[in-house]
Design a protein around this ligand. Structure first.
Ligand SMILES: Nc1ncnc2c1ncn2[C@@H]1O[C@H](COP(=O)(O)OP(=O)(O)OP(=O)(O)O)[C@@H](O)[C@H]1O
Ligand SMILES: [Mg+2]
Length: 257
């Protein structure tokens, strides 16, 4: 019987892509080594800069973007642009990448849980058939975090990319969920990397107030995926070769679960 190749969900942070970043080549190598990578991306800085260009002020609550109707249009448009750029980068690195959003194939269905945040899906469920079809064809899906409303199927919703990655990892029974970000991992009050966050201490770490802003949805997603059986991690994607180094145990980062 053929052993199924492991699914590795990689979330690329908007903050990591720049000089020295080797994520695209690393993802290509991961696939050559027999894994099935699934890429999820955010759009943080690009969305904020487009909002400024268009005169719409970005607002955040607990690390989550507040999305009114005009912001939603910008979010969806800019996330689409980033998706195409990432697909082009991955394809030029030799990966048969296919860009989709959570709207495509009914991948992500969301529910507004906090109306204060506007058109933001707080709870998301995944129907991963489109990912399985693409991965089965040897493609690497590149997922843009936009969902349709589970209640209003014509309504698009913004989804935090970290939450989307966590939901996908759980739904795919992924072997791993790896967050590439711009810090070395989840840091403690002294600024040192917490090497391991066991699932049962994650909630108290979140309540402690040490984890702030954009790290909150990441740790929450890691905990959700870890509870579903994935090995989750937060590592520094700005370090060249971060992905293979983490997988071989030579990089310091935070393992969750
Ligand atoms: N305890 C903590 N440990 C590590 N980082 C933390 C902590 N608390 C807050 N942060 C912040 O979280 C940031 C990472 O989240 P952020 O949302 O900025 O990046 P990203 O999700 O990788 O990229 P993007 O949101 O642009 O796609 C760090 O740069 C840091 O400033
Ligand atoms: Mg973020």
């Amino acid at each position: 019987m053929e052993i199924e190749s492991p699914v590795i969900v990689v979330k690329i942070g908007g903050s990591t892509l720049g000089a020295g970043d080797t994520s695209f080549a690393d993802i290509a190598a991961l696939q050559r080594d027999g894994a099935r990578p699934v890429v999820v991306h955010g759009g943080g800085p690009a969305i904020t800069s487009w909002m400024a260009k268009l005169g719409v002020r970005a607002q955040f609550t607990r690390g989550l973007r507040v999305t009114d109707a005009p912001s939603l249009e910008i979010v969806v448009a800019v996330i689409g642009l980033i998706n195409k750029r990432l697909v082009a980068e991955l394809r030029s690195a030799g990966v048969d990448a296919v860009g989709i959003s959570g709207v495509d194939g009914g991948l992500l269905r969301g529910t507004i849980t906090d109306p204060e945040l506007g058109f933001v899906a707080g709870a998301v469920e995944a129907d991963v058939r489109v990912i399985e079809a693409l991965a089965g064809a040897g493609c690497v899906p590149v997922v843009a975090p936009v969902a349709v409303s589970a209640q209003e199927p014509r309504q698009l919703l913004n989804v935090n990319a970290d939450s989307a990655a966590g939901t996908l990892a759980a739904a795919l029974a992924a072997q791993r969920l790896i967050f590439l970000t711009d810090v070395d991992g989840v840091l403690n009050a002294d600024g040192r990397v917490i090497r391991r966050v066991p699932v049962d201490t994650g909630e108290s770490l979140l309540r402690s107030g040490v984890v702030k802003g954009g790290m909150i949805p990441k740790l929450e997603a890691c905990l959700a995926a870890a509870r579903a059986g994935s090995r989750a991690a937060v590592i520094n994607g700005t370090r060249p070769g971060a992905l293979p180094a983490w997988l071989s145990g030579s990089l310091t980062g935070t393992a969750v679960g």
